[in-house]
Design a binder for this molecule. Structure first.
Ligand SMILES: *Cc1c(COP(=O)(O)O)cnc(C)c1O
Length: 352
């Protein structure tokens, strides 16, 4: 880091205007944000400043060529008031993997980790303590450098904002297996958390919503025969007692929740298969009664159970189980995240 993080404190905190018992997800923002500019080939001193709009040149390349990436993570506070993060170095690594693909400069580990820790110290009161609540953290980075020439920018901004959030409750979702559109292609940027990937998902998702579904199950762009992701989450499918998830690739994002679920499930002696899974296998399993569960996995919801799906004009319901894997796995992972269980993996990072 160029020099110590500079801190500009807000004059009057907004915290008293926030009802921590009724928090939405990701739409109330804490007092401060961290900002660090990449100019003249180097990262400048990170600054923690009051959360506020930023000013950009209309020719900034983010607006024209979409050089923009982000991460999603959470901070928790336990009963003793300790602050915890979950596998934060994995988010740093993935941010830089996304950065490389979009020709955005890598963020140094100290800017990311020290910046984040300092921000959580300054806004510590914003970390909710209610069961199921957490501080959602959004690190992101984009081209602030200018020019209408279609080439990488010469300046970038790295920002971390946080949002105290209630449980991400989606209810049991009905999903539509996609037959026409794709979120990612071979050789593309599907593995990166690049802003444009999500913009591209909105239209097919809107069509699915118009048909009465909540979300799209993405299939491979080439044949639409293989199941890949559930909205912006990785997907798990349980057939009999085997849990199946697609291998990561150019097209499938390497989710930290996905990796954690695989590890925990294996340690619970659940049979886990990381392999390609076809739509026809899922339909056959639904028809024979061996399809037990489908769920999405990602930081926001942790695990989001799927109630049923549509495909080629037919709807298929999933059974209501007494003790679904989804619930057991969600509890196991959130107990580790919130310091309510042993963490044999060393995933939890406790800040003072
Ligand atoms: C972020 C994301 C995930 C989940 O990743 P986590 O690290 O578990 O939050 C899965 N798929 C897509 C497309 C994503 O953007």
């Amino acid at each position: 880091m160029k020099s110590n993080i500079e801190i500009q404190r807000i004059e009057k905190s907004k915290i008293d205007s926030v009802d921590f018992n009724n928090l939405p997800f990701g739409s109330v923002y804490s007092d401060h944000m961290l900002e660090c500019d990449f100019i003249d080939g180097e990262w400048q001193t990170p600054v923690i400043k009051p959360y506020a709009p930023i000013s950009l040149d209309p020719a900034a390349k983010i607006f024209h060529y979409g050089q923009s990436i982000f991460e999603g993570m959470k901070a928790y506070k336990d009963a003793d008031g300790s602050t915890m993060l979950f596998r934060p170095l994995e988010n740093h690594k993935r941010l830089n993997k996304s950065a490389e693909r979009l020709v955005i400069p890598a963020v140094p580990e100290d800017v990311f980790m020290e910046g984040l820790k300092k921000l959580l110290e300054v806004d510590n009161k914003w970390i909710p303590t209610n069961e199921g609540s957490s501080l959602y953290i959004r690190p992101f980075m984009f081209a602030s450098g200018i020019g209408f020439h279609a080439s990488p920018a010469n300046a970038y901004k790295f920002i971390i904002c946080t949002a105290p959030s209630g449980a991400y409750f989606s209810g049991k979702v009905k999903v539509l297996i996609e037959e026409k559109y794709a979120r990612a292609a071979n050789g593309g940027v599907g593995f990166a958390k690049a802003g444009g990937n999500y913009a591209a998902q909105f239209y097919p998702t809107q069509l699915a919503i118009e048909k009465g579904y909540n979300q799209v199950i993405w299939t491979d762009d080439n044949t639409h025969e293989y199941i890949e992701e559930a909205g912006a989450m990785n997907i798990f499918i349980r057939i009999n007692d085997t849990l199946i998830t697609s291998p990561t690739s150019d097209r499938i994002l390497d989710g930290i929740t996905r990796r954690s679920v695989i590890q925990i499930a294996e340690d619970m002696n659940i049979d886990v298969e990381v392999r390609k899974i076809t739509v026809s296998e899922v339909i056959a399993a639904a028809q024979s009664g061996s399809l037990k569960e489908m769920f999405g996995a990602g930081t926001a919801a942790v695990i989001s159970p799927i109630a049923g799906f549509g495909y080629q004009g037919s709807d298929y319901d999933l059974p209501e189980l007494e003790a679904p894997f989804a619930g057991t796995l969600k509890k196991a992972i959130t107990d580790i995240q919130t310091n309510q269980a042993e963490d044999p993996y060393g995933w939890r990072v406790i800040l003072k």
